[in-house]
Design a protein around this ligand. Structure first.
Ligand code: F6P
Length: 362
């Protein structure tokens, strides 16, 4: 008698990014080949907490090629609410992890594929250990800060968006003799700023990994102007600190705090020190939305197929990863334990210095 196929759950967790739907599509298509069932869990793992669970059954017919091109996630996602310390409406904190695990088991699933960044994968791994179910992680983050993978789904698109922003800022900067400051996302890693800054021809790139001296930034810009160029482009990563060492945060509804605001501070300082007009653009969530780049579609497709194949091979607690031109798999614990900042002796830092881009320290 033929062995019955598996039933697997898939969810997207943490901040969205371009390419998530392409991962979902690849997982569903590969699972369909193996005659497995796929259940999409909505709003991250939160969909497992309700009765009935918030789910959608996915099959080859429900995942057409539109999903390759579609930003966001059809499953919804969230970057709030740790099940091990869940904020209750009355202000208390409760551990709901057992309820979430029960929600998973009640679906009759054999394994879970979790698409997430470091925070989400760490939580999903704890849930998988508690519920004793196989978990395969797929790395996604525009920040590209997850360890043991050269790149994650969403990063390439975010860099393309930030690069396009510089392409658009350059002519208006030149027309008005202005210094344009572009603040980009990235959390505590400067990957987006560094990559987009090089690709978009920035004169100054400030990242959290390299402490800067504002006088050096100003003197670099002044020398550009003295040499006859009337404009300059500055890219700054959101976690860059002020000269006094403060990490700037915005507070949002419900008390949530997010990085932001360093661009404005630098804009004022650079204007005063350089005696020139500055304007500040905060790119924000534009970096996460829109169509995924071809590179992100490829990565997402390769990751999705490999994630299903890992389950078929009986592997557990592995994260698919990109290394040396191919898909590999690594331990989820090792990947989340290694926060991947920009390496000081890495190729892109050397490239920026070789192009005479000011990184704020020289
Ligand atoms: O981690 C992805 C990210 O976009 C960061 O770059 C940014 O700091 C944060 O999420 C923004 O979070 P939210 O979507 O909650 O505003």
């Amino acid at each position: 008698m033929e062995k019955p196929g598996k039933r697997i759950a898939i969810l997207t967790s943490g901040g969205d990014c371009a390419g998530l739907n392409a991962v979902i599509r690849a997982v569903v298509l590969r699972a369909d080949e193996l005659k497995w069932e796929v259940i999409g869990v909505k709003q991250g793992a939160h969909g497992l907490l309700t009765t009935p669970q918030q789910i959608v059954r996915l099959n080859a017919a429900s995942v057409d090629t539109i999903m390759l091109r579609q930003g966001g996630t059809i499953l919804g996602t969230t970057n709030k609410g740790d099940p091990f310390a869940w904020p209750m409406p009355d202000g208390t904190i409760k551990d709901l992890s057992e309820d979430m695990v029960k929600g998973f088991h009640d679906l009759g699933c054999d394994a879970m594929i979790g698409i997430g960044g470091d925070g989400s994968l760490a939580i999903l791994q704890r849930l998988a250990a508690l519920g004793n179910f196989p978990l395969i992680g797929v790395p996604k983050t525009i920040d590209n800060d997850l360890g043991l993978t050269e790149t994650s789904v969403g990063f390439d698109t975010a860099v393309a968006v930030a690069t396009e922003a510089l392409d658009r800022l350059q002519p208006t900067a030149a027309s008005h003799d202005r210094i344009m400051i572009l603040e980009v996302m990235g959390r505590d890693a400067g990957h987006i700023a560094l990559a987009a800054g090089i690709a978009g021809g920035a004169d100054v790139i400030l990242i959290p990994e390299i402490p800067y001296d504002i006088e050096k930034v100003a003197s670099h810009i002044k020398s550009i102007r003295q040499n006859g160029r009337n404009f300059a482009l500055v890219v700054v990563s959101e976690a860059v600190r002020t000269a006094e060492g403060a990490r700037l945060m915005h507070e949002f509804y419900g008390g949530q705090k997010r990085l932001g605001g360093i661009g404005q501070v630098l804009g004022v300082q650079i204007a005063e020190l350089c005696g020139a007009e500055t304007r500040v653009t905060v790119l924000g969530h534009v970096q996460r939305g829109g169509q995924p780049s071809a590179q992100d579609r490829l990565l997402a497709s390769a990751f999705g197929v490999h994630a299903v194949d890992l389950i078929a091979a009986g592997k557990v607690n592995r994260m698919v990863a990109w290394s040396n031109r191919q898909v590999i798999d690594v331990s989820i614990s090792d990947a989340v334990a290694k926060y991947q900042k920009v390496e000081m002796d890495g190729s892109l830092v050397k490239t920026a210095r070789g192009l005479n881009i000011c990184l704020g320290d020289q």
